[in-house]
Write a protein that binds this ligand. Structure first.
Ligand SMILES: Nc1nc2c(c(=O)[nH]1)N(C=O)[C@@H](CNc1ccc(C(=O)N[C@@H](CCC(=O)O)C(=O)O)cc1)CN2
Ligand SMILES: Nc1ncnc2c1ncn2[C@@H]1O[C@H](COP(=O)(O)OP(=O)(O)OP(=O)(O)O)[C@@H](O)[C@H]1O
Length: 190
């Protein structure tokens, strides 16, 4: 199942990826502005994920604090740390998956994070998500999420929205919404 969704995401042509990243950045920026978000966790793109750099530029330009995941030595665990004002001001190194992360940054308390933009392979209409498979986001939300804070919003190409319900596990944490280049979708509560 992961392989199928990964192949589907990988098949998106390069020109569309650039266009999608720019359009999704506008959607997300408008949403975050409306939401009054001051501190936002994003991811640094890996493989064929929707590129977050256009959005990061917009947010930093507005003075929003931008955080990114950093794996901890504990298996399956991550924290969020400051990305840095420009990507030159903070040293980065690739983690075990080849994803860039700031080298020496302190973890940020979950309480100050307004919105977490979540990477995903696929998501269904209930907000159930298929991720990279490490369980990092599920674990982080299980220990840090309380109600609607921080808000959990998927960030993905429209092609990643599955019209079939995805299989889900007891530990899966549902997303509150999804931002794609096509717009913003809010998932209903069960
Ligand atoms: N950009 C980005 N950053 C992220 C995530 C993500 O999904 N995207 N994560 C979200 O959790 C965390 C890292 N988790 C990851 C888990 C697995 C793989 C991955 O590529 N796995 C390989 C198989 C590795 C294995 O042998 O287990 C693969 O699926 O091909 C990547 C990231 C934190 N940072
Ligand atoms: N809250 C949790 N507590 C304990 N184990 C968990 C928890 N969440 C996930 N796991 C474990 O993590 C593994 C991967 O979970 P899953 O396949 O749902 O990851 P994912 O959501 O696709 O990945 P990611 O969040 O890294 O993108 C599972 O085998 C599961 O046992």
């Amino acid at each position: 199942m992961r392989r199928l969704f990964r192949a589907q995401r990988k098949a998106i042509p390069r020109a569309q990826r650039l266009y999608d990243a720019a359009r999704a950045a506008c959607r997300a920026d408008a949403f975050l502005l409306r939401h009054g978000a001051r501190c936002v966790a994003v991811y640094l793109p890996h493989g064929s994920e929707l590129d977050t750099w256009p959005l990061i530029g917009k947010l930093q330009g507005r003075g929003i604090t931008v955080l990114v995941p950093k794996l901890t030595p504990v298996a399956g665990r991550m924290n969020f740390v400051h990305l840095g004002r420009t990507h030159h001001s903070v040293r980065h190194a690739a983690n075990r998956y080849g994803i860039a992360e700031p080298k020496r940054q302190r973890r940020i308390s979950a309480r100050v994070i307004d919105v977490v933009l979540v990477p995903l392979l696929a998501v269904d209409m209930h907000g159930l998500r298929l991720g990279a498979g490490g369980g990092y986001y599920d674990r982080w939300f299980a220990s840090h999420a309380a109600g609607r804070r921080p808000l959990r919003v998927g960030y993905a190409h429209l092609e990643q929205l599955s019209d079939q319900p995805l299989p889900h596990q007891a530990w899966d944490i549902r997303l509150h919404g999804l931002i794609t280049p096509a717009g913003i979708r809010r998932f209903r509560n069960r």
